[in-house]
Structures are given as C-alpha cells and as structure tokens.
Write a protein that binds this ligand. Structure first.
Ligand code: ADP
Ligand code: MG
Length: 521
C-alpha cells in the first residue's frame, strides 16, 4: 500500500498554529505591543490600515535585538524570555511561548527593523520564510510591519469580521494595555496617550471614576453605580499588569457593589491585582487571556471586600450610612444625623459578608447565613443607648422642637433623665441631642410612643416595629455593627430574637423530604 503519512513543513505547522495565536488583527497588535512592553519601551507607536488587514506597524524604543536574534525571532519557539519550565513560575514578561512572531510572519508579509544600540538589522520574511536580512539604519528599538495579512490563507480571511469591528477591537486592545502602563506613551493612528498618573489614564479611557479601590493587593477605580452599564464592556482586570479575562473577578466586583446596582447592570471598573507569580497560572489559554488562581475563593473575597471598603471610605458617611430623613414634616428642615464609623465597625462589617437587605431583614454570610430582623436590632440599639448614666447621644446641629400638651412635662423630664438632652419650655420641648440611630425627623413619633407607654422597652419596640423606615445596606451594616456593642446582642428589649443563623446542615434538614416547612407547589 502507498504510504500516505508525510511530515508537515515548519511553515505549514506555523500556519496551523497561527490559528490559535493570530485570531484577528487586534490579536496581532496585542502580541506586538506586548513584545514592545517586554522590551522596556517607553514610547510605542501603532499604525494600522483597513482594520489591520492591509498593514499593521508597531514601532518602539525598547532594547531591540541583535542581528542574530532578529533573524531567528520568526522561528517557532524562539524566545528570550524563558529557558526552562521553572521560569514560568517567576514570569514577569507578557510573552514566553516564542510563538507569536513565528505565527504572525507565517500568514503575512513581515518586516522587522531593529537595533540594540550596537548595530541595526532589517529582516524580511514572506509567509514565514526569511527572504532577506541586511544591515540598516535605526535608533535603538524595534519596528515591525505586517502587510497583506492572511494573503496565503484565504480561508482564514473569509471568516474575519468587518474592517470596522477590527478597527474597534484594535482600539480596545491599545486602550487596555495603556490602562496598565500609564508611564508609557501610546499612539494609535495619530491619537496619543501621554505618560500620566494611573487615575488620569483611567479617566482618559473610561471617563469619570469616582470610587477608588485601595486594598493590599487590589487597587483600581470604579465609576459610580449610576454609571453602571447594561454590558460588560467597560470591565478591565489586570494581574501583575497583564490584562486578563476573569468572570470570577467581575462577579466579585459586582458583589462589592451589592444592592447599589441592579441585577442586569454591570459596574465599570479597572482593577489591578498584584499577586505572587506562582499563585496564578496564566498559562491556560494560548492568548493568555484567562487566568487560573490557586485559591479562587480567597481572590474572590479579597476583591469583593476591597470594593465594599471603597464605598464606605469614599462616599460621604452622612449620605451613605446615616439614616435618611423619614416622611414626617420635620425631615426637610433637619439634616440627617451624621455619625462616624469607627475602625472596629469596619472590621466587624468585613468579617460578616453582608449580602443584601431584604425588606426589613439584613442577610449576612458568616459561617452560615444570618438573617437579622432590622427593626428588632434597631429597638435593642435604641433601648441600650438610652441608659441614664452612659447614654450615647449626638448633639444636633439644629434642635428639634416638639409642642408639649398639658401633662407632657413629666414625660419630657423622664426623657432627659435617660440622656436625651432637652429643654422643657412652656408648651415646648426643645431637643438638643439624640441617640445615634434616632433621626431628628423620627423624634416626634418616638415621643408619642414614649408618652403612650409606661416602659421604655415597650416604647422602643412599638416605635421601631412601626417605623416606615427602609434600611439601606450601609445603614443595616452600621446597625448590625452597633448591635455588636450592645450588652444583649441576641434579643430585642421584649425578649424576641434579633437574628437567626442557618448553617449548611440546617438547610439540608429543611430541604429533606417531609421535613420541609416550605411545601413545593
Ligand atoms: P515571546 O514574546 O513569547 O518570547 P515572540 O514570538 O512574541 O515570543 O517574540 C520572540 C522573541 O523576539 C522575544 O522573546 C524577544 O526576544 C524578541 N522580540 C520580539 N519583539 C521584540 C521587540 N519589540 N523588542 C525586542 N525584542 C523583541
Ligand atoms: Mg511575544
């Protein structure tokens, strides 16, 4: 029988491999610009024609190549960046496979001019085969020009998207790399990003970023929740300055935004993670877009908490954490009560992961899921802040005035003994300081309950149970952390439980056939 097996030529092997590395013109731009960054370039000029199909040129002022390197860089597995497999664990460059130039040159007309400062070389390759190499004139750095992309693989060309969408993809590629290298000048088809601060660079590319994330290994910027988008396009993640695609991290950021954005909205953000090179494997995808973390859960929590913290630090506390005015007529004339969040509050918030507010309940994740009855918590906090000798009241900027009816004076007197600072005038009660969580606008309602009930515990419960207040997540968090400082954290003043915790085993029991309190329809 005739032998039908032949060995493929290196050129054909490269052309096949090119399918993985060279998906489209934007992926070529990415490879070339990453090489320039790996070469320490401080200025990179990219020029493309017809979405890259007619030509792509990338010029840099990096350390260039010697004559010998210039000739062999188009060969497959030719790299200066790693020498053995262990080097992968300490990788600091973007490239390492030595595949890109071989793949790109195999499907184009390829020209490289490069100088390492000692001498300059020009190498020409057609379809991956070096056809000419000669000395030339050039300052230190490298220029690579790709013409007639896919000229020898017409099938590949047929499956390419339009010039317009490739032009847009190239723009995004440059913007992405520019985000992580604010110290480098990038020019794309005449538009230049000059070296600047990271924040300025992010703003040039993403627009306003109001929220700054400042974690230990995570830094970055987010646009305010109002500017969230219906698409995921404005989400950028970098690990050690390398752009990656990570649904995991995008989700963690979204969780950090909590209920501030809707279910189908996506925050705009740029996030930079700095991790030990050996805690992440970027060697997963040929385009190196996806990263695999050794400890996904730890990364998730790290990012989520950093974003949560950014909100608490950057939004004015008054707005985010104090109670918003209620519907009584007092509310407009009195600013809501600002109170300070202390360091230990933050710690507490961060060890319990707040998942959201659900009606009058706060849902937290500790060991299990914790459901906090916010009104009961409010009653406990209010009750304990009204203890005669160590009441916790905050002075009001504008005193609250409540008309006194006949016989009310006695009750007003009692209040003042509980630590609510007030003055009793003829037919008028003037309140100068209130407990932390009681808003000025709520005071008249509280006073009504206080007059109607002989006991403070009942008054607190009645008032809190009937409040129309809707707690925001930040308010609920603050209340929960205040509850932690109470003497009795478990029960409201009338002895009802404030929260329940359900562990995994409890859920399992709940869901066991016959045991369930939730009957399937
Ligand atoms: P990799 O980046 O994975 O090493 P490439 O095929 O992209 O593989 O590049 C091959 C080699 O060519 C690189 O390792 C580097 O030594 C050299 N090289 C490519 N582009 C440049 C450049 N702009 N400046 C200096 N050297 C470069
Ligand atoms: Mg490379």
């Amino acid at each position: 029988m005739k032998n039908t097996i032949t060995k493929l030529s290196p050129q054909v092997i490269n052309q096949i491999a090119a399918g993985e590395v060279v998906e489209n013109p934007a992926s070529i731009v990415k490879e070339l610009v990453e090489n320039s960054l790996d070469a320490g370039a401080k200025e990179i000029i990219v020029t493309t024609q017809d979405g890259g199909f007619t030509s792509i040129q990338v010029e840099d002022d990096g350390f260039g190549m010697s004559e010998a390197d210039a000739r062999c860089c188009v060969e497959r597995h030719a790299t200066s960046k790693i020498h053995n497999i262990e080097d992968l664990d300490a990788l600091s460059t973007m490239g390492f496979r030595g595949e890109a130039l071989a793949a790109i040159s195999s499907v184009s007309l390829f020209e490289i001019k490069t100088s390492d400062g000692a001498g300059a070389t020009r190498v020409i390759a057609d379809g991956g085969v070096v056809s000419n190499s000669e000395p030339c004139a050039r300052n230190r750095g490298t220029s690579i020009t790709i013409r007639s992309l896919f000229y020898n693989v017409p099938a590949r060309k047929k499956f390419q998207k339009s010039v317009g969408s490739n032009t847009a993809a190239i723009k995004r590629t440059i913007e992405t790399l520019a985000l992580a290298h604010e110290d480098v000048t990038f020019t794309l088809n005449g538009k230049t990003f000059y070296p600047t601060s990271r924040k300025n660079r992010v703003q040039e590319i993403l627009g306003d970023v109001e929220i700054e994330v400042r974690g230990k290994n995570v830094t970055g910027y987010c646009a305010s929740p109002q500017r969230a988008s219906g698409k995921r396009l404005s989400q950028y993640v970098f690990i050690n300055r390398r752009p990656i695609f990570s649904p995991l991290i995008a989700k963690a950021v979204k969780m950090g935004f909590s209920t501030r954005i809707g279910e189908h909205e996506y925050p705009r953000f740029v996030l930079f993670l700095e991790v030990a090179p050996d805690s992440v494997d970027v060697n997963v995808h040929p385009q190196k877009k996806e990263a695999r973390f050794k400890d996904e859960d730890a990364i998730f929590r790290l990012v989520q908490k950093a974003v949560e913290r950014a909100f608490i630090q950057d939004l004015p506390f008054e707005k985010e954490i104090s109670f918003t005015p209620t519907t009584t007529s007092f509310s407009e004339s009195f600013p809501s009560l600002p109170f300070k969040v202390e360091e230990e509050d933050l710690d507490f918030i961060y060890t319990d992961r707040a998942l959201g507010v659900f009606g009058n309940y706060l849902l937290l994740q500790k060991e299990g899921l914790v459901l906090v009855d916010l009104r009961a918590a409010f009653a406990r906090v209010l009750f304990e802040s009204l203890t005669p000798d160590k009441s916790q009241c905050q002075e009001l900027m504008f005193p609250v005035e409540v008309p006194l009816e006949r016989g009310d004076e006695e009750k007003a007197e009692e209040l003042s003994k509980l630590g609510i600072e007030c003055r009793i005038l003829p037919r008028l009660l003037v309140v100068d300081a209130l407990p932390l969580f009681l808003e000025p606008g709520q005071f008249p309602e509280f006073f009504k309950n206080f007059k109607a009930e002989k006991r403070l515990d009942r008054a607190a419960i009645n008032f809190c149970r009937n409040t129309k207040k809707q707690f925001s997540l930040a308010e609920a968090n603050a209340l929960w952390s205040q509850l932690k400082k109470c003497q009795d954290k478990m029960f409201d003043p009338l002895g009802n439980r404030i929260f329940v915790e359900l562990k995994q085993e409890d859920f399992a029991k709940l869901l066991l056939r016959g045991n369930s309190c939730i009957k399937p329809e």
